[in-house]
Design a protein around this ligand. Structure first.
Ligand code: MIC
Ligand code: SF4
Length: 747
């Protein structure tokens, strides 16, 4: 399948590259090559970075079970027979981690039966490939099977960029985007600016690919990549394995980057060969020039990239980030002092490795080497040690090569091939609400409440080999690079730097692959949604705009500080309602800090004066009274996940506009798609002017136009205050607002 896509793509690349070089008057970066070769129409398109809306034709769509539900429900509203581009669904998010792999999987099959049946039946009918629960985590399975050099993939998950490890642009989107592309429409994205990261040297000792991205998170911050593509280049790039590149690209999501990409090289060839795609590897090799930046780019990168970062891999130290945000980074050698100063508890309750970010053979073999050294010294894990393999292949290969045994001897528990603890689907046995315990993982995200559902938990992120060393000592103050531990004989023992293999010498072992192909012709098949379902609800179109200004609407919540999608629409126990908009809306803003309440997720109904209500209760009351409301937010609002529930629930409960200091990309698009006005303060200080009892008007909406500021009036007891806001809607996106949603505008 990928071979057919590569054939068609590589065949058309030379012509479009020639046109692009002529039009831009220079050579092309790799990201540009992939963008122009996927243009819906290169000639009629504006190509100004940071300004133009690109209209692209992705090669494929990938969806995971928690977001696929809304994506498929929206696709169904388009009344098409079949998905227009190759698409897959991956069942990975809904498996709860508690009792170990087999038991957890059986329980998931039982408790998510309705959802799995719905997704499987829709996949079969609409020509979509279906990966069963237990088959693996979306990004790992996409890397093993679907990503290829030069491809453009969209996925309903923010870590889709993992595919950049094989030299493609893989981009996270909301379900509406996926639904539209499956319905045959082109996909739109703001032409990203480019950050060039030049890598020199070679990683050594404890330093791993994860440390490249942890370091960058600290340097660029969680906003640093917004509407940008990170393109890696330089001699250091080809020293990193394809899966290591995947890890780096995966976590580019933590920078808010649109995506990240590495140039095609021999590491990718080796990975494609060992994952049964030797034909594709050879084909890409014979088209190498198409799959890397033009040679002149490396000679004067400053002419081609909007920003350049240099990293000497030889000097990179292992890093640890957290708690609560992935950009609080420091080299591991500095953590002890910082923990003491800030009062982070140094006792680690849990250490978790694997996930979509870090479960490659290289990761696992290096971690196992650390574990073996501890076992030799008679040590066991002091912290609870959990392993989440990324796919069936990884799991069976780990088992065959003895790594599972090693981890189990150390006291570890191997979980199912799924997201589990990474998405709050984890019951931490010793967790107590209100108590701030420290945990560490090799995952990618560490927002409050994310792993064990306890918002006080301090969650740190590091490479899997470092996390394994932490599991053994149970001590956040431990620095495996420079410090020794005591073996059972009482003697000091120092870990040797981890050694592993990039790829399994004996090839990958295979288990049950878990793939179900769709029907050739699904027109007579039905989609399985029980009418009484508590988990699934068909969507009703949102009402269209009535042509009137928003007049004197109450403020629903003014969020303070970090407001990620995990704050707006928490996951964990709420994941089970991802297909039921009404039910999931009860979680709206449960994790968010409200400027006007001491408790997260709570607020005051300004119409009745009743306080300490959940934000959803307040919004439901306003909605019942036929009144809309306004949300105000801080910086980088909507950071994190692609879940469009964070936009759909507010829309469903009648929020009309969200006014912030700035937005994260995927969430801003999700708001536009659902018909909510996303506005940003022209002067961020105006955020301070918003008070709980303000009534808010948004005026002159009939003349809403691209680039034109929007006036917001705050009606206060002392009189009116006018402030200016901006928006980034194109003419077409304004039609979505007017139609009530992008989907309404289609029909
Ligand atoms: C995440 O890592 O936050 C998730 C869970 O994978 C989300 C998707 C979701 O919320 O379902 C993401 O990254 O987009
Ligand atoms: Fe799953 Fe975590 Fe990866 Fe998201 S980041 S896809 S929840 S493993």
């Amino acid at each position: 399948m990928s071979m057919d896509l590569a054939h068609a793509l590589y065949a058309k690349m030379p012509d479009v590259f020639a046109k692009a070089r002529k039009r831009f008057g220079r050579g092309l970066t790799l990201a540009e090559k992939i963008l122009v070769s996927h243009a819906d129409n290169f000639d009629s398109q504006n190509w100004e970075r940071g300004k133009a809306m690109l209209s692209l034709r992705p090669d494929r769509v990938a969806m995971q079970d928690a977001t696929a539900q809304m994506a498929v429900l929206q696709f169904m509203q388009a009344n098409k027979k079949k998905a227009a581009v190759p698409s897959t669904i991956h069942c990975d998010h809904l498996i709860r981690a508690e009792m170990g792999s087999q038991k957890d999987l059986l329980r998931a099959l039982d408790e998510n039966k309705e959802v799995y049946n719905f997704l499987a039946s829709a996949a079969k009918k609409y020509g979509i490939g279906f990966w069963k629960p237990g088959a693996g985590i979306i990004h790992q399975v996409v890397l093993e099977n679907y990503a290829f050099p030069g491809c453009l993939i969209i996925g309903t998950d923010s870590h889709t960029p993992n595919g950049g490890g094989l030299g493609g642009l893989a981009i996270g989107v909301g379900g509406a985007d996926a639904g539209e592309v499956m319905a045959g429409l082109p996909w739109e994205v703001l032409h990203p600016k480019l950050i060039g990261v030049r890598l020199t040297g070679k990683l050594n000792g404890w330093a791993s690919p994860k440390d490249v991205i942890l370091y960058l998170c600290g340097l660029l911050t969680v906003k640093g990549g917004t509407n940008k593509i990170v393109e890696y280049f330089g001699p250091g790039a080809e020293t990193i394995s394809a899966t290591g590149k995947g890890t780096i690209c995966n976590m580019g999501a933590e920078l808010g980057a649109t995506t990240s990409v590495f140039p095609f090289d021999e590491k990718m060839v080796a990975y494609m060969k060992i994952t049964d795609r030797a034909d594709l590897a050879g084909y890409a090799q014979s088209h190498r020039d198409l799959l890397v930046a033009d040679p002149e780019v490396a000679q004067s990168p400053e002419k081609y990239y909007d920003q350049i970062v240099e990293i000497d891999l030889s000097k990179l130290e292992p890093h640890v980030v957290g708690p609560h945000t992935p950009d609080l980074a420091r080299p591991i050698s500095k953590l002890k002092a910082e923990a003491q100063e800030k009062g982070y508890p140094v006792e680690l309750k849990a250490a978790l490795i694997g996930s979509c970010t870090n479960s490659s053979y290289e990761d696992i073999s290096r971690s196992a080497h650390v574990a073996q050294q501890a076992l030799k010294a008679g040590l066991k894990a002091k912290a609870s040690f959990l392993i989440s393999p990324g796919s069936e292949r990884i799991y069976h290969t780990m088992k065959r090569d003895g790594f599972l045994d090693t981890f189990e001897q150390l006291g570890g528990t191997v979980l199912s091939n799924s997201c589990g603890p990474c998405i709050g689907q984890w019951k931490r046995a010793d967790g107590i609400k209100g108590r701030a315990d420290s945990i560490v993982s090799s995952f990618n995200r560490n927002f409050p409440g994310r792993n064990d559902g306890i918002s006080e938990t301090l969650s740190f992120l590091a490479s899997p080999e470092v996390v394994t060393a932490y599991a053994i000592t149970g001590d956040l103050g431990f620095d495996p690079v420079n410090q020794a531990v005591k073996g059972v004989d009482g003697k000091d023992f120092k870990f040797q730097p981890p050694v592993g293999e990039e790829l399994p010498a004996k090839g990958f072992a295979k288990g049950e692959e878990g793939f179900v192909a769709p029907a050739e012709d699904g027109s007579n098949l039905t989609v399985d949604i029980p009418p009484t379902s508590e988990r699934l609800q068909l969507l009703q179109p949102f009402p269209k705009w009535d042509g009137k200004d928003f007049e004197k609407l109450p403020l629903l919540i003014k969020t303070k500080g970090k407001t990620t999608t995990d704050h707006i629409s928490p996951a964990g126990p709420w994941l089970k309602f991802r297909g039921h908009l009404d039910k999931i809306s009860d979680n709206m803003f449960l994790g968010a800090n409200n400027s006007f309440s001491s408790e997260p997720g709570k607020g005051t109904n300004v119409l009745t004066g009743e306080s300490n209500l959940t934000i959803a209760q307040i919004a439901r009351d306003y909605k019942a009274k036929g009144i809309g409301s306004i949300v105000v937010g801080d910086e980088n609002y909507g950071e994190g996940s692609s879940r469009e529930h964070a936009a759909m629930s507010p829309r469903f409960l009648n929020v009309r506009a969200v006014v912030t200091k700035s937005f994260a990309r995927i969430h801003e698009t999700n708001l536009k798609k659902q018909g909510i006005l996303p506005l940003t303060f022209a002067d961020p200080k105006d955020y301070e002017k918003i008070e709980q009892n303000d009534r808010i008007s948004i005026v002159d909406l009939a003349n809403l136009a691209p680039g034109k500021p929007v006036t917001v009036v705050l009606h206060k007891t002392g009189g009116d205050v006018k402030i200016q806001t901006n928006h980034s809607m194109t003419a077409q996106q304004i039609t979505w607002f007017k139609a009530g949603s992008a989907l309404n505008a289609l029909n």
